[in-house]
Design a protein around this ligand. Structure first.
Ligand code: PRP
Length: 174
């Protein structure tokens, strides 16, 4: 079944202890991406969970890997939400807190048309800082957030609290 194929795909996510720092459990989607059947099931699963939208936004870098095929499959365009300093013309910029220091996300001029509904996609929802910044960025750029879809939600980090008011869907919650 489709549901069974998706569960099998999600079972391939690899937990890597102590990466990128001691005490952090890294969730690695590489084994899902490299398996043809699992990749198809994952892309289909994210697309099926996606709210109706005019465009799909993916968060650098791992969100890109999903957002582009999902957008293609849904017949809409894809917008990269980029880490700072990569874009020649920046329409909007939002800072967000990291464990140590801050980071910034940017969106390109012309990537989102005023009033467009935008589905925001990423691989993992942890503290929620990244996804919340992406939503704020979409709104600053003139878009309307249709919802957030992630593959894996780490419930203990309560990222959903950062996304109050948005529809958040996780394919799997751990
Ligand atoms: C990871 C992940 C999410 C974010 C989740 O990306 O892909 O974007 O962290 O964390 P948060 O909910 O605590 O904000 P990372 O910043 O490692 O970037 P990468 O995808 O470029 O590796």
């Amino acid at each position: 079944t489709l549901a069974g194929d998706l569960e099998a795909a999600l079972d391939l996510i690899r937990d890597v202890p102590d990466f990128p720092e001691p005490g952090v459990l890294f969730r690695d989607l590489t084994p899902v991406l490299s398996d043809a059947k699992a990749l198809g099931a994952l892309v289909y699963g994210v697309a099926a969970a996606c709210p109706a939208a005019d465009v799909v936004a993916g968060i650098e870098a791992r969100g890109f890997l999903l957002a582009a095929p999902v957008a293609y499959g849904c017949g809409v365009g894809m917008v990269p939400v980029r880490k700072a300093g990569k874009l020649p013309a920046v329409a909007a910029k939002v800072s967000y807190a990291l464990e140590y220091g801050t980071a910034e996300l940017e969106i390109a001029v012309g990537a989102i048309q005023p009033g467009q509904r935008v589905a925001v996609i990423d691989d993992v929802l942890a503290t929620g800082g990244t996804a919340a910044a992406a939503c704020e960025l979409v709104e600053q750029a003139g878009g309307v957030v249709a919802g957030v879809v992630v593959v894996l939600e780490i419930a203990a980090l309560n990222g959903r609290a950062e996304l109050e008011g948005y529809q958040v869907t996780a394919l799997r919650t751990v």
